[in-house]
Each structure stands twice: as C-alpha cells, then as structure tokens.
Design a protein around this ligand. Structure first.
Ligand code: FDM
Length: 212
C-alpha cells in the first residue's frame, strides 16, 4: 500500500455568515494552492447548477415558497447528489475547497426553530471535512460590509440567530479565524491551515463520514 501512489486530497470547508468574506477567501486559497502545483477545485453549496439547486435558488430569491423542512431536505439532497463525485475527487488526490457545507444546513434551519438533531440526521453519511474553517465576523459587522442583498436570509436578526447556532456546532475539527482582521492576515492563516490539512491527508489520514 503505497501512500504516495494513493494519497488523497483534503476536504476543506469554509463556513461563516453571509458577508463574512468566505467566498473571496475560497478564491484566494484556490489560486494559492494551484500555484503550488496541487490538484485542487473550489466547490460551493448550494450547487445551483443541478435541478435540486435550481429549486433552492428560486426559494432563496423569494420566487417560490417551501416549507422549512422541505427546503432543509433539498439543501441536504443537493449535497448527497455530489457525494459520489466528492469521494472520487478526494480519493484521486484532488483537494476540495468547499464554500458552505452541512454546518450551514444545520445552522440556518435551526435558526428558524427546527430541532437540531432532526436537522443533522439527513447529513449523516456525507463525507466529513478534514478541516472546517469558521470565518468569525459579528453579524453587525458583516451587515455593514456593503450591506446585504435581496436573498431570503440576508437580514441582521436572522444572521444573529445563525451565528448562535454555528457556535453550538463547533467541535475539535473546527478552526476559528477572526474574520475582522485584514484580508491578508485571514488569507495567511487559511493558507497555513490548508497546507497542514493537505499534508495530514497525504500521510494517510482516512476519510470518514459525518456526523463525527
Ligand atoms: N444555506 C446554505 C442554507 O440555508 N442551508 C444550506 O445547507 C446551505 C448550503 O443558503 F444564506 C443558505 C446560506 C445562504 C444561502 O448561500 C445561500 P450562498 O453561499 O449565499 O450561495
């Protein structure tokens, strides 16, 4: 069993409130890792390109109404429809930088008042991230950054509830990065965390499933 021959990629997830800077940091990290010669892709959830993703997108744009549990399960299904591809990519050595994952799923639905265990259940069996980076920005500060757009969840009081639920989900696989620092400083910490995770996976860390 030649570790070099079958070394796998790392599953790196970025989480945070809307306007926490996640999406631009994912882009920066992608460019950095590509520059280092790694096989790497940037993904995001929801993946709006699939038919489930289009239903989610219409919901977020307030073009359709769905019951809270229905939309929760669609977000989850949107991850399930990508699970096999995700596993193949990781096993073939590609690192994935993923903008939002199951933690968004739980934090946003729990913020509406749904039971947390109920919210976690459909996520069980998805691939567990190797590292979850939480870009920590106070909701008030996130709201100041150019303001929120018109999507469903982009309101200060709701984002405050989401932040509380994110904090309840924190465990030892999370790395909290203070998103109020300069972009460069956040970027530097992300690079270090990503490199560390990639090396750990190359050395044979096994893939595991949520919810662990
Ligand atoms: N969102 C995202 C959820 O409510 N559940 C989920 O499972 C995911 C992945 O969808 F407000 C919310 C979070 C955000 C919205 O996300 C769209 P982007 O990152 O703005 O596309």
């Amino acid at each position: 069993n030649d570790i070099r021959g079958c070394s796998r990629g790392s599953l790196i997830v970025l989480e945070g409130l809307d306007r926490s800077g996640k999406t631009s940091q994912c882009g920066n990290l992608l460019a950095y890792l590509q520059g280092k010669g790694f096989s790497v892709e940037a993904w995001q959830f929801p993946d709006r390109s699939t038919s489930v993703g289009k239903m989610i997108s219409a919901y977020l744009a307030n073009e359709s109404q769905l019951d809270d549990r229905t939309i929760h399960l669609l977000f989850s299904a949107n991850r399930w429809e990508k699970r096999a591809l995700m596993e193949n990519k990781l096993k073939s050595g590609t690192t994935l930088i993923v903008d939002r994952y199951s933690y968004s799923g739980v934090a946003f639905s729990a913020a509406k008042g749904l039971n947390i265990e109920w919210c976690k259940a459909p996520e069980v069996g998805l691939i567990a991230p190797d590292v979850v980076v939480y870009l920590d920005v106070p909701p008030e500060k996130a709201a100041e950054r150019g303001g929120y757009g018109l999507e469903k969840y982009e309101q200060l009081d709701f984002q405050g509830k989401v932040a509380e639920h994110y904090h309840n989900l924190l465990d030892s696989s999370w790395e909290i990065v203070d998103g109020s620092q300069s972009i460069e400083s956040v970027e530097r910490q992300l690079k270090d965390l990503a490199m560390h995770s990639i090396l750990t996976c190359q050395r044979g860390k096994p893939l595991t499933n949520l919810w662990s």
